[in-house]
Design a protein around this ligand. Structure first.
Ligand code: SF4
Length: 483
């Protein structure tokens, strides 16, 4: 028996009938084969050196094959910018270093523990949906590599399968049922303690790689199901900004006219100012007569189109990644340039514990120092971004790193790092609680602080799921040692 089909209401259908679906020619290069076989366009020759290609070719079809870890993909627009930018090259070019150490979580953040229906994660008052499993180009450090590379992932019930995509009917049925139960019980779900599911993030992959009709279908169905605010997570503003064209903007306008009560937030993803600022032939940013840095005109038009709606909020969030944006000057330029055109700086992230995270992650304390350094000299409104690291319990801020000992407190000889929980599953019982650990400049994940916890009201190091996993890992290590 096939899946029951979602049937749009007359109001939804009237909106959907207005949507135009242009084709977008991103001139994507998919995979390394074209480079291995020297079939890339002439002006792309040299994007990978012969030595780089030789080093990648020997890994093909081995355990260290970079393409099975994360498919390789780049758009023409991104290539044009990356030609003159080492950080952008590092973002899209595969490198043998990626698979030197394949340690990492197959399901970072144990997301599948919070998946009530396929393709939907419901951890906070916000839900996240996988609506597509690809993007116009692929970031090598992608924290959804398990979805994009279609890897098998263990679910809470022990079954194993690739993560599936959300389906409109299943998701909207779930939202309606959850919210009805919450309403019947005075505003909280009787079992999970969660509030109304009022916000949804369309994620993937990149929802902007879907046609307008699909995006519109999701927007309308979620609005009809009672969602108050919809976010769309995208790196398309960097990969192919021409995607934000009149047809897309008109679709947004028509959605807003049909469902004016529903908020819309575009969560953009810029890692580096080279992704949107214009450069001269010497590779320097172009300034106007007042010293203001100029945007790439295509990106600026796209950004103005979205910000100019007035009712759309646009927020940037990005991880700090080794060799890409672990650079206070680049981050300072980026935060200032984004805020100037109406984009909020929301979060910077410490890299997650994805497979091969050691190739990309900057030590946590270093990431804090980079962001802190980058915000010196910026105005208050330009420095809204916080450094966040995603613990299984929820979004956690790396709030402070100190350098001096605290008199009389053992373990603080080199200073401390303070984590603070920003968001927490269910009813956010632990929001605002902190955890203080002794410094470890090499730490790239929570585990690296396990032996130096000083104070942990947040419970970041006291977690049953982590303990269970650790026992399994220890048992595996023991078996490997004796086997
Ligand atoms: S845009 Fe986001 S989802 Fe897509 S490859 Fe980059 S990090 Fe992954």
């Amino acid at each position: 028996m096939g899946r029951a089909k979602y049937v749009p209401s007359a109001k939804e259908q009237a909106f959907l009938d207005t949507v135009e679906n242009p084709k977008y020619d991103r001139r994507i290069i998919n995979g390394l084969a074209m480079f291995f076989e020297h079939r890339e366009p002439d002006d792309m020759k040299g994007f990978y050196s012969d030595a780089e290609l030789a080093a990648l070719a020997v890994l093909k079809d081995t355990d260290r094959d970079v393409e099975s870890r994360m498919p390789v993909k780049v758009t023409r627009h991104y290539f044009e910018m990356a030609k003159n930018s080492k950080p952008l090259q590092r973002l899209v070019k595969a490198s043998p270093d990626e698979t030197t150490d394949l340690a990492g979580a197959e399901d970072p953040g144990h997301q599948m523990d919070f998946s009530p229906v396929e393709g939907l994660l419901h951890k906070y008052e916000m839900g996240l949906m996988y609506v597509i499993s690809t993007c116009s180009a692929h970031c090598r450090f992608c924290y959804r590599e398990e979805l994009i590379a279609r890897k098998e992932v263990e679910r809470a019930d022990g079954s194993v399968a690739p993560k599936g995509l959300a389906q409109v009917k299943e998701v909207t049925d779930y939202i309606r049922a959850h919210n009805a139960t919450v309403a019947e019980h005075g505003g909280r779900h009787p079992e999970s303690g969660r509030e109304k599911l009022r916000e949804i993030l369309l994620s993937g992959g990149d929802a902007m790689a879907l046609p307008n009709s699909k995006i519109a279908g999701w927007l309308a169905a979620l609005a009809e199901a009672g969602i108050e605010s919809i976010r769309l997570g995208t790196k398309e503003m960097a990969f192919h900004p021409a995607r934000f064209d009149d047809a897309f903007l008109t679709m947004l306008d028509n959605f807003h006219a049909t469902y004016p009560e529903v908020g819309f937030r575009l969560m953009v993803h810029f890692n580096h100012p080279d992704e949107f600022l214009a450069k001269d032939e010497d590779g320097s940013y172009i300034e106007d007569q007042h010293g203001t840095l100029q945007w790439n005109p295509v990106t600026r038009r796209a950004m103005d189109g979205v910000v100019g709606r007035g009712w759309v909020s646009v927020e940037n969030q990005a991880p700090i990644i080794k060799g890409i944006n672990d650079d206070p000057d680049a981050l300072r330029i980026m935060q200032r340039a984004l805020k100037r055109v109406g984009v909020e700086n929301h979060y910077f992230f410490c890299g997650r514990d994805i497979v091969a995270y050691k190739a990309f992650n900057v030590p946590i304390e270093r990431a804090w120092q980079i962001l802190n350094e980058s915000q010196k000299g910026l105005s208050g409104v330009e420095t809204h971004a916080r450094l966040s690291i995603t613990h299984y319990k929820g979004k956690t801020e790396v709030a402070a790193v100190t350098s001096d000992p605290i008199p009389g407190v053992a373990g603080t000889e080199n200073g401390v790092l303070i984590f603070k929980i920003l968001r927490n599953a269910a009813d956010a019982a632990d929001r605002g609680k902190v955890c203080i650990v002794g410094r470890n400049p090499d730490a790239i994940w929570f585990d690296d602080y396990e032996d130096r916890v000083i104070y942990d009201e947040a419970g970041l190091f006291d977690y049953a799921r982590v303990d269970k996993k650790r026992v399994e890992i220890d048992e595996e290590a023991l078996e490997a040692a004796v086997g």
